[in-house]
Design a protein around this ligand. Structure first.
Ligand code: GDP
Ligand code: MG
Length: 162
């Protein structure tokens, strides 16, 4: 069975941008408006020599506002369960209560979570990663999905954790 790598996180952190960069095609929709990518998009691709099934979870929601969202939340949790590796994406410039909700729900999957701190567009932002070790995730890496920063390091880390 192919290892499943799930890209998770609240809207607008850069999940689809990262997905596109890893698969090197423009299959997932990226949009500056939060919530535009609705469905899960998956693609078989190689990370180094390791073939994986990469999943971009658009429309991923863990907050329960009404009965519809309850269903979406359950589907999202199921995806976290199925993943052999969860890339939990955060935006270094904008940490919100939605992120906190994800952090709570990811606690039970700690061992298979790689916290990917995105939008590290400049080297002087790299120091901010250290503050995020207090969130309790053992595996953390900083990248910039739009600039392609540290994509080599990310791929090495993914392969080492699968
Ligand atoms: P998603 O909702 O998590 O899938 O996020 P998207 O991939 O659609 O990206 C949301 C917005 O963040 C878009 O305007 C992206 O261009 C922008 N973005 C994504 N990655 C980066 C990054 O590394 N640096 C900066 N500055 N912007 C980014
Ligand atoms: Mg998206």
């Amino acid at each position: 069975r192919l290892p499943i790598v799930v890209i998770a996180g609240r809207p607008n952190v850069g999940k689809s941008t990262l997905f596109n960069r890893i698969i090197k095609k423009r299959k997932a929709i990226t949009d500056p408006t939060p919530g535009v990518t609705r469905d899960t998009i998956q693609e078989r691709c190689f990370v180094r020599d390791q073939e994986v099934l990469l999943m971009d979870t658009g429309g991923f929601k863990l907050e329960r506002d009404d009965s519809f969202d309850e269903l979406v939340a359950q589907k999202s949790l199921k995806m976290l369960e199925q993943g052999d590796l969860i890339l939990f994406i955060m935006d270094v410039n904008d940490i919100t209560s939605e992120d906190e909700t994800f952090i709570e729900n990811l606690r039970s999957y700690q061992d298979k979570v790689l916290l990917v701190v995105n939008k590290i567009d400049h080297p002087d932002k790299e120091n901010e990663i250290w503050n995020l070790y207090s969130l309790g995730f053992e595996h953390i890496i900083g990248i910039s999905a739009t600039h392609g920063r540290n994509m080599e390091g990310l791929q090495d880390k993914i392969v080492s954790m699968i």
